[in-house]
Design a protein around this ligand. Structure first.
Ligand code: PEP
Ligand code: MN
Length: 297
């Protein structure tokens, strides 16, 4: 099979060179957009959820991340509150003007539970279905999310497979019928990235944009995984986010928490609500510079 045939729908090739474009809940996604998607890695208390949405609203944000279903490496780790937290998450999102929530799903039933909770809360917000790195090659799940058109999809790169294989996973989703896909780089699992949790792979931002028509997201929180500060006073998470944005990233998925040490999942990698405005300003500065770089040509 030729390369062009492999990425039949998502590939950038003669005759279909245009970026995939979609609009969801009034938010536009394409290869020239820029959004920060900050929020809780895992939903915990109603109070923390509301504090987080409040801070996002104060910072002018309309997208957020909220994990309800958490596939964990250990069966003894917190697995997420699941459907029980959805009503208050959606209600509070609507109350604070959050239009799109990126939320991981791991099985078909989760889509039904999300649909039911959205209905129950009068469609207070919208959901982007996140496919986690551990499920990038869960082909049945890819077909499930691809064969519905209610929700867009954010597909994480597999942390232990090639980029090519991860892009084919995205093509699985598209070939099932839904092309409203964002592709997310989140670092690769290898000790060569130490002391970071994963080896940062944001050099692939322009590669994914060249090979495919998908908007590209970066996840600096899961890439770096630690709250370490460089001698210049900036967290590694800020530096790594900047590296992806300067290369043209379209979305930045970031863990924040009112009290990072108390987060139930990945406590070491969330930025605080106090740090959030600085992070957003930093992202905006770098984005502006990226746009200037483009105009230099
Ligand atoms: C997450 O974003 O919460 C997550 C679990 O990410 P990943 O699938 O990249 O590990
Ligand atoms: Mn995680």
């Amino acid at each position: 099979m030729s390369k062009a045939d492999e990425f039949r729908i998502l590939g950038r090739r003669k005759g279909s060179e245009e970026s995939i474009r979609f609009s969801y809940k009034g938010v536009d996604f394409h290869q020239d957009c820029f959004h920060v998607v900050a929020g809780l890695n895992a939903v915990d208390t109603r109070e923390y959820v509301e504090e987080t949405f409040k801070a996002l609203k104060a910072a002018g944000q309309v997208c957020a991340r909220m994990g309800a279903y958490k596939p964990r490496t250990s069966p003894y780790s917190f697995q997420g509150y699941g459907k029980s937290c959805l009503p208050y998450v959606f209600e509070l999102a609507g109350k604070h003007g959050i239009r799109v929530i990126s939320m991981e799903v791991t099985r078909d039933e989760h889509l039904d539970e999300i649909r039911a909770a959205l209905r129950e809360t009068g469609d207070a917000t919208g959901v982007m279905l996140q496919i986690g790195t551990r499920n990038t090659q869960n082909f049945e799940l890819l077909k499930t999310v691809g064969s519905q058109r209610d929700f867009p999809i954010l597909l994480k790169r597999g942390f232990g497979i090639t980029l090519h294989e991860s892009l084919l996973a995205a093509e699985y989703v598209a070939s099932a019928g839904n092309r409203d896909i964002v592709f997310c780089l989140r670092g690769m699992k290898t000790n060569f990235g130490d002391p970071h949790r994963n080896l940062v792979d944001f050099a692939h931002v322009p590669v994914v944009k060249r090979l495919t028509r998908m908007p590209v997201c970066i996840d600096p929180s899961h890439s770096v995984g630690i709250r370490a500060t460089a001698p210049d006073g900036l967290l590694d998470i800020f530096h790594v986010a900047a590296q992806g944005i300067i290369a043209g990233a379209n979305l930045v998925l970031t863990d924040v928490h009112p009290e990072p040490a108390k987060a139930l999942v990945d406590a070491g990698q969330a930025i605080t609500l106090d740090e959030l405005p600085y992070f957003l300003e930093d992202c905006a500065l770098v984005r502006e510079t990226y746009e200037k770089r483009r105009r230099l040509r």
